[in-house]
Design a protein around this ligand. Structure first.
Ligand code: SAH
Length: 347
C-alpha cells in the first residue's frame, strides 16, 4: 500500500526522504511542492529528477480531493464546493469573503454520528474520518481554484472534528506550520458539539486557535433534546471544559446557538443563557436555524431574532447574529452533499 505523503508533517517527511537515501534539501523541496505550491501530482515537481519522481510515485500517493461542483452566490460571492475523495465519498467546503480576509469552512468527516436534531450532515450517519491530507486538500484546492489567498480556516463543515481528533490536530499543526501555508493559529476556529475529554486534551496542546462550542440549549434538559451528545457530557461538564480551554490558552471561547423558533428563543432562554454566559469571558454567536428539508425546524423572523439578541445585550452578553452568507446557494450545511447523495440513489 502506498503511503499518504501529504499527511506527513515536515519532520516526518524529512526522516522519510532521508531513509530513501536522499539529501534533506530534497525533503524541503517536496514539502514546499505539496504545501506551498499545492501540487496534486509528483509530475509537477519539476526540480526533482525524473528518477526521484518515479520513486516517489512508486511508494507514495497524494490523496485526490477532486472538485465535482462549484456554486457561486450572486448576493455575496460565497463559493460552495463539492469535493470527491479517492473512495467516492463526497464532502462540502465553503469560501466566504469577509473584510478581514478570505475564510474557508472545511469538513472533517464524511457524514457525522453526533445526531444533532436540526443538522443535515448527520442524516445518513458517519461514513468515515478524513485524513489530514484530505482536510488540507480542501483548503489547497479552494486556494488554487479561486486564485485567492486563504487567511482564515474554520472547521465547521460536515463532521465532528474532535471525533477525529488525531487527524484534526495534525491538520491544524500542518496548516499553521511555517513550512506550509503558515496560516496564523489565531485565524483558525474549531467548532465542537462538546466532547469533553477532547476539549480538555486540546486545551493542553496550548494552541492559539479559537474554540467554538455548539451550545443550542441554555439548560441541560433543553440541550439534550437537540443534541444527543448531551446525554454523555452534561452542560456543566462542557462549560467547565470550556473554562479550562480559556484558562490554559487565554483564548476567549465562542458559543454558537442556532435559534429555533418556539424551541430555544423564548424570554426564559434569554434569562437562562444570561445566567450561564454572564460570568464567562466569551462571545455568543446566534445562527437563525437553516431550514433542512428532512427536518421541520423553523427559524424566528428577523424581528424576533433581533429582539432575542437585544435582550441578551441588555443583560450584558457579548452577542452577534451571524451574517448569513450565500443564502441563494444550497442553504444549510450538508445540503449540497445530501442532494448529491439523493441524485446518486435516484439514478
Ligand atoms: N460538529 C461540529 C461542527 C460542525 S457544525 C459542531 O457541532 O460544532 C457547525 C455549526 O453549525 C454547529 O454549531 C452546528 O450545530 C450548526 N448547525 C448545524 N446545522 C444547522 C442548521 N440547520 N442551522 C443552523 N446551524 C446549524
Amino acid at each position: 500500500m502506498k503511503k499518504d505523503i501529504r499527511s506527513m508533517d515536515y519532520e516526518e517527511l524529512n526522516t522519510e526522504i532521508q531513509n530513501l537515501g536522499e539529501k534533506s534539501f530534497r525533503a524541503r523541496q517536496i514539502y514546499e511542492w505539496l504545501h506551498v505550491k499545492l501540487a496534486g501530482d509528483f509530475e509537477e515537481m519539476t526540480n526533482l529528477s525524473k528518477a526521484l519522481r518515479a520513486r516517489l510515485e512508486e511508494s507514495y500517493e497524494i490523496l485526490p480531493v477532486e472538485m465535482l461542483e462549484r456554486q457561486i452566490s450572486k448576493i455575496d460571492g460565497t463559493n460552495k464546493f463539492l469535493f470527491r475523495l479517492h473512495d467516492g465519498n463526497v464532502v462540502e467546503s465553503v469560501l466566504m469573503y469577509y473584510k478581514h480576509g478570505n475564510s474557508v469552512c472545511i469538513s472533517s468527516q464524511a457524514g457525522c454520528r453526533m445526531g444533532c436534531a436540526f443538522c443535515a450532515s448527520t442524516i445518513g450517519g458517519l461514513k468515515r474520518n478524513l485524513t489530514a491530507s484530505e482536510m488540507l486538500g480542501q483548503v489547497y484546492q479552494i486556494q488554487k481554484i479561486s486564485g485567492e489567498r486563504v487567511s482564515n480556516v474554520v472547521i465547521m463543515g460536515t463532521g465532528e472534528p474532535l471525533d477525529n481528533y488525531d487527524n484534526f490536530l495534525r491538520f491544524v499543526r500542518m496548516l499553521t506550520d511555517e513550512h506550509g501555508l503558515h496560516i496564523s493559529q489565531r485565524n483558525v476556529t474549531v467548532s465542537t458539539c462538546g466532547i469533553v475529554p477532547k476539549i480538555r486534551a486540546l486545551a493542553d496542546e496550548k494552541l492559539q486557535i479559537t474554540l467554538a462550542l455548539s451550545l443550542h440549549g441554555s439548560t441541560q434538559e433543553k440541550r439534550r433534546k437537540l443534541m444527543p451528545v448531551a446525554n454523555k457530557y452534561d452542560l456543566a461538564e462542557v462549560l467547565a471544559a470550556c473554562d479550562e480551554y480559556f484558562e490554559k490558552t487565554g483564548r476567549r471561547v465562542t458559543f454558537e446557538y442556532s435559534l429555533v423558533h418556539g424551541v430555544n428563543d423564548t424570554p426564559e432562554d434569554v434569562r437562562e443563557l444570561t445566567a450561564i454566559l454572564k460570568p464567562r469571558s466569551c462571545h455568543l454567536n446566534l445562527i437563525p436555524v437553516n431550514p433542512v428539508r428532512e427536518r421541520n425546524f423553523v427559524r424566528p423572523d428577523r424581528k424576533n431574532a433581533l429582539n432575542f439578541k437585544n435582550n441578551l445585550e441588555k443583560s450584558g452578553i457579548n452577542v452577534t447574529i451571524r451574517r448569513e452568507m450565500g443564502s441563494d446557494i444550497d442553504g444549510a450545511c450538508g445540503q449540497l452533499r445530501l442532494r448529491y447523495a439523493d441524485a446518486e440513489t435516484d439514478q
